[in-house]
Ligand binder design. Structure first.
Ligand SMILES: CC(C)(COP(=O)(O)OP(=O)(O)OC[C@H]1O[C@@H](n2cnc3c(N)ncnc32)[C@H](O)[C@@H]1OP(=O)(O)O)[C@@H](O)C(=O)NCCC(=O)NCCS
Length: 174
């Protein structure tokens, strides 16, 4: 499954499943992400090198994790500019949607395209409930989930916001 989209500045991007041989491109991608963006994605400080982060992503268990890359051509070379993941339990009852767009490409619509692509993949994977967790100041992610009818829920501490959406039959039942 792959999808072509165009960012708000006209850049064409291909969204496609990640492969093991994307390792070098993914390491390059993580090197282009600021500590702040990495913190927003993982809700904690990551001390691993870009290569280590890429390795964890590229060699994850395929039964419980689907990773997608957003790729565009820069100076004649295909570059990864965003990564989204569906992290699921083995029975695919609940999956978490997590996404990271390289700083230089944020605010151009890529996160929104990933959300739509991930929703379609989650449906195809048979996921019953899709959840997302993010920091309360993450205005872009809040817009992404709200406009796709996720229900928002703040935890008691107010440190993390979660959002969830029912899919399949349960989603259609409202
Ligand atoms: C959060 C993130 C994935 C969003 O992706 P993005 O490509 O930057 O966001 P988009 O351009 O698709 O914008 C999403 C929404 O925010 C809006 N938006 C964009 N920039 C904005 C800004 N500066 N202020 C307010 N709203 C903004 C967009 O208009 C869009 O809303 P709309 O669909 O109603 O128009 C990306 O910024 C990112 O990777 N951040 C760091 C990692 C992270 O926070 N991951 C999420 C936790 S898993």
């Amino acid at each position: 499954m792959r999808c072509e989209c165009t960012l708000n500045d006209g850049t064409p991007v291909i969204l496609r499943p990640l492969h093991c041989d994307d390792l070098p491109a993914c390491a390059e991608f993580f090197a282009c992400c600021s500590p702040r963006s990495l913190y927003s994605r993982y809700e904690r400080l990551r001390v691993e090198s870009p290569f280590e982060l890429a390795k964890q992503l590229c060699f994850a268990d395929q039964d419980t994790q689907l990773a997608m890359v957003g790729e565009t051509e820069i100076d004649g070379l295909d570059r990864v500019i965003g990564i989204a993941q569906l992290l699921s339990d083995p029975r695919h009852e609940v999956a978490e949607f997590a996404v990271l767009v390289a700083d230089a490409w944020q605010g151009l619509g890529l996160g929104s395209h990933f959300a739509d692509f991930s929703l379609a993949l989650a449906e195809a994977w048979g996921v019953e409930r899709l959840v997302a967790e993010f920091l309360p100041d993450n205005v872009r992610l809040i817009r992404i989930v709200e406009s796709r009818s996720f229900k928002l829920c703040r935890d008691g501490s107010g440190q993390v916001v979660s959002a969830q959406k029912l899919l399949g039959e349960r989603g259609r039942d409202g």
